[in-house]
Design a protein. Sequence first.
Length: 202
Amino acid sequence: MRLKTLAAPIIVSLLVSGWAGAAERDSFEISLLSRRFVPSPGLSAETRERLEATVGKVRQKGGDRIHALLQFDRIPSPAERAALEQTGVRLLSYLPNYAFYASLPAAEPARAATLPSVRWLGGIADADRLSPQIRSGEFGEWAHDTASGETVVLAKFFADVTEDEARNFVGRNGGKALSWTRSINTASVLIHRERIAALAGA
């Protein structure tokens, strides 16, 4: 049986996207579109509180998994990834350097910070879910549908979210999924601008 997860997108962007750029090799700097930072090892009290808040939201919606950021001392081998799966930790998209978006059991997400070779466990900030262009209100005329007053954006979902789950999530948040690109788990969405933050889960 498929485990339920909170289906918020990784990031909502306009029709161009990418990472913040290559981080310095062999550093522990993490590069996102929204920020670049070197996390302190371990699990902070602030992160623990954020994870608990996320768990609460997920359980209200009947889910039993959450998404977070995990950084390792090194890139996990296939055998190490299989061992992580046995603990309920699924590694999704890679993030430079040595980090991944990860799907964790909502029952005890903080336990992931204690697993072998895990350097840091962190939550996903609201700003991480929206591209810099959207956060600054930079919308081109080509993205605006004058007939409906809505805007076309791209909503990239986590790899463990199915197309049906994504389309349902978009509909519940006031948008319309126009198309779906399976290879990158991304929907083209028509939505009013004031609803974009809710769509991103921000």
